[in-house]
Design a protein around this ligand. Structure first.
Ligand code: GTP
Length: 346
């Protein structure tokens, strides 16, 4: 069976980082998340992928090509206009196997597919929705299920005391292709709001099972940062690049770290990074490859993508900088989220 990765959304909630790239290409631990995801699925035996594209499709196509570099095969389904999560699946229909997996490509997770597939094959329904449990379901669509796992309904944004469960749609589905007949092909369709409720009403066999492991939506700036801190603090089985030092510090190759630099864990430093004397880096800092940090700089709770330069004495807290940005000396920035249009890779 092949896997369809939905990667065409506008990523409006993560702007400006997604102004000039699809959200799943945002780096997580210094590597585009989509690449982590494909490699994670490949480890579980998936070798054929379809990626559904709309927003900045060239960024994904140029990066992955036909997939050979990662040892997989990748085909692309292009949309001329935004079709929504179900419309994108419908548009990819000619490229999909009779049974396939569809996944939101902006969810950071390390799930095992086998239990999901075993469950799907055991119930004989048309769709299995991977579910995840959250502490507070009041911001989500929560599922109500019977004892067999059949989904009876979604309750949108329930009050905590009225929620039928704490299980929500994790954005990972096993589907029978013939179910796509219910999706119109000429307009935007949301799988969460339209297709699943329709299939449930029509009693087409929509089941849900809870997935195990790490799961996080990286769709806002706060969540994008939090995913990094979770992973650096040991949640999730996602490979952290670089040489692990004591106490949550990872350093890439070819780095130059000046005298008196203090690294406060957790900190991830990419390849060929320069850090000037007496800088204080951390806690919770990720520096992309080829970043250059001046002397006496102070960085905390901050993510810099590849090729950023922070000059002497600057102070950044709770910031995200896109590829190749530069900050002048002694600037102080708190919660700045910045990107430079047109720059993809430093
Ligand atoms: P926001 O604008 O911030 O809501 O982000 P989004 O629409 O990019 O993401 P959302 O969480 O709503 O969608 C979940 C996944 O589906 C993401 O990986 C999106 O890239 C993808 N997606 C959403 N809409 C479309 C679409 O119209 N076409 C395609 N191909 N993918 C989509």
């Amino acid at each position: 069976m092949n896997v369809l990765l939905l990667a065409g959304g506008l990523g409006t909630r993560l702007r400006p980082m997604t102004e000039n790239m699809p959200k799943p290409m945002a780096p997580i631990l210094n590597r585009p998340w989509l690449e982590h995801l494909i490699l994670h699925l490949k480890e579980q035996g998936v070798h054929r992928f379809v990626i559904a594209l709309k927003h900045h499709p060239e960024k994904i196509k140029n990066h992955f090509g036909d997939g050979r570099r990662l040892g997989v095969s990748i085909q692309y389904a292009m949309e001329e206009k935004l079709l929504g999560t179900a419309g994108a699946i419908k548009n990819a229909e000619p490229l999909l196997d009779d049974q396939f997996i569809a996944m939101n490509a902006d969810i950071v997770h390390d799930i095992e597919l086998k239990p999901l597939l075993d469950f799907h094959r055991s119930h004989g329904g048309k769709v299995t929705i991977g579910l995840t449990e959250v502490e507070d379901p009041s911001a989500y669509g929560v599922v109500e299920q019977d004892d067999t796992g059949r989904i009876l309904r979604f309750v949108e944004k329930p009050r905590l005391d009225e929620a039928p469960s704490r299980r929500i749609n994790a954005g990972i589905y096993v589907m029978e292709k013939n179910v796509l007949a219910v999706i119109p092909s000429d307009r935007e369709v949301s799988i969460e709001r339209e297709t699943f409720p329709l299939l449930i009403r029509e009693n087409m066999g929509v089941f849900g099972t809870t997935i195990q492991g790490y799961w996080a939506d990286m769709g806002t700036k706060e969540r994008y940062r939090q995913v990094h801190w979770d992973l650096l603090n040991g949640s999730g089985r996602i490979r952290i690049p670089g040489q692990a030092q004591d106490q949550g510090i990872w350093i890439g190759k070819g780095c130059k770290i000046g005298a008196g630099v203090l690294l406060v864990p957790p900190v991830l430093i990419g390849d060929h990074v320069k850090i000037g004397a007496r800088a204080v880096i951390g806690p919770h800092v990720v520096l992309g490859d080829k970043c250059s940090i001046g002397p006496n700089v102070r960085l905390s709770e901050t993510i810099l993508w590849n090729g950023c330069r922070v000059n002497e004495g600057a102070y950044l807290n709770n910031c995200i900088f896109g590829y190749g940005l530069e900050l002048g000396p002694r600037h102080i920035l708190h919660e700045a989220v910045m990107n430079r249009l047109g720059v993809m890779q430093a």
